[in-house]
Design a protein around this ligand. Structure first.
Ligand code: HEM
Length: 324
């Protein structure tokens, strides 16, 4: 259900229409990074860009973006993703009352606006993702408030941090993999190849959990019906039977896009198109703003992962900028 609804709310047309906003926002954020000087590109760029795009698509006020990013970060780094609770309580509304209250207030606002226009079917007036979630029909009718609240929360948290990790990994790689800067500057195909290879080598979501419905054998192991399994995406994406020299970043790899980073089968990530669009526009803005050699990682930089146990992405990208 989630997948169908999100796919209906996030069509390629909506993503295409958001592209100018994504490009302008990326250029604006990078334009504010002071040059010459030191900067942290995670705080200045890779976190705020997907955040502002999500806020824009949901039709929420742009001035709330930082607050939403702070709530999303707090949630993703808390015990909530693993246990559905925090010391404040169990379930989203009890564990994060301010965040839940904020979403509810905007559901009320969007529902009231739709109610006023009922029957007008004016798509142009209600083409934000929140209004679409309220309008979408799921067999038995429209979604209830709890379902819409959970979907909006998932879009703000899941879609936001994962895309930040993708952008962070990409910039880290452009600044450290020999020759990659030239590849991404060679044109749109170079950008796309770098993005797919980054998704393969550094999957922002490290594993996918599954409940097993029947006994089966995998390798030397038997997995029984009812057991939970964790599918390790980063490991599968390095399978030597599929990817030769799987540990290496190779932008010329012919099958980079055969990765499992967005999952596989019926639950394949419905946000993949948006994530790729943000990565493409973000990286294009990055090479526009900084000429070759204009930005480099600080000497002695070492990758430190974000403190979310199932994600992979840099916690910081400390750089020195010198455009002279
Ligand atoms: C680089 C960024 C992203 C990565 C790596 C990623 C990865 C994933 C993975 C691995 C799954 C589970 C697939 C499975 O169970 O087989 C998933 C599901 C999902 N993703 Fe993403 N995702 C990303 C961005 C987004 C964005 C931007 C959105 C929405 C705006 C989004 C929305 C969803 C939703 C709603 C599901 C649940 C689908 C279902 O259960 O059928 N994701 N994603």
């Amino acid at each position: 259900m989630v997948r169908r609804v999100v796919t209906a709310a996030l069509t390629p047309r909506i993503i295409k229409a958001a592209e100018p906003f994504i490009r302008d926002t990326a250029a604006g954020l990078l334009g504010r990074v002071r040059a010459p000087g030191p900067a942290d590109l995670v705080a200045a760029f890779t976190v705020p860009l997907p955040n502002r795009v999500t806020v824009h698509l949901l039709g929420l006020p742009p001035e709330d973006a930082d607050q939403l990013a702070a709530w999303a970060k707090e949630l993703m780094e808390s015990t909530f993703p693993a246990t559905n609770s925090t010391p404040r309580g169990e379930g989203f509304a009890a564990a994060f009352p301010e965040f839940a209250g904020y979403i509810d207030a905007h559901i009320d606002r969007a529902a009231a606006a739709l109610g006023r226009d009922e029957g007008l079917h004016d798509e142009a007036r209600h083409n934000d993702v929140l209004s679409r979630l309220l309008l979408v029909e799921d067999g038995g009718g429209r979604l209830d408030r709890r379902q819409v609240r959970a979907l909006v929360r998932n879009l703000i948290t899941g879609g936001l941090t994962t895309t930040s990790q993708l952008l962070g990994n990409l910039i880290d790689q452009v600044l450290s993999v020999p020759g990659l800067d030239g590849v991404v500057r060679s044109g749109p195909s170079g950008l796309d190849r770098a993005i797919e290879e980054s998704l393969r080598l550094s999957p922002p979501v490290l594993f996918v959990p599954r409940g097993c419905v029947r006994d089966f054998e995998v390798g030397a192991a038997t997995v029984r019906a009812g057991e939970r399994v964790i599918v390790g995406t980063a490991s599968a994406n390095r399978d030597e039977r599929r990817f030769s020299d799987g540990e290496a970043f190779d932008a010329d790899r012919a099958n980079s896009d055969a990765h499992l980073t967005f999952g596989h089968g019926p639950h394949l990530c419905p946000g993949a198109g948006l994530a790729r669009a943000v990565a493409r526009a973000g990286l294009a803005a990055f090479i526009d703003r900084f000429p070759p050699g204009g930005v480099r990682l600080v000497p002695g930089y070492e990758f430190e992962n974000v403190p979310t146990f199932f994600e992979c992405g840099p916690r910081r990208l400390p750089v020195l900028i010198d455009l002279s």
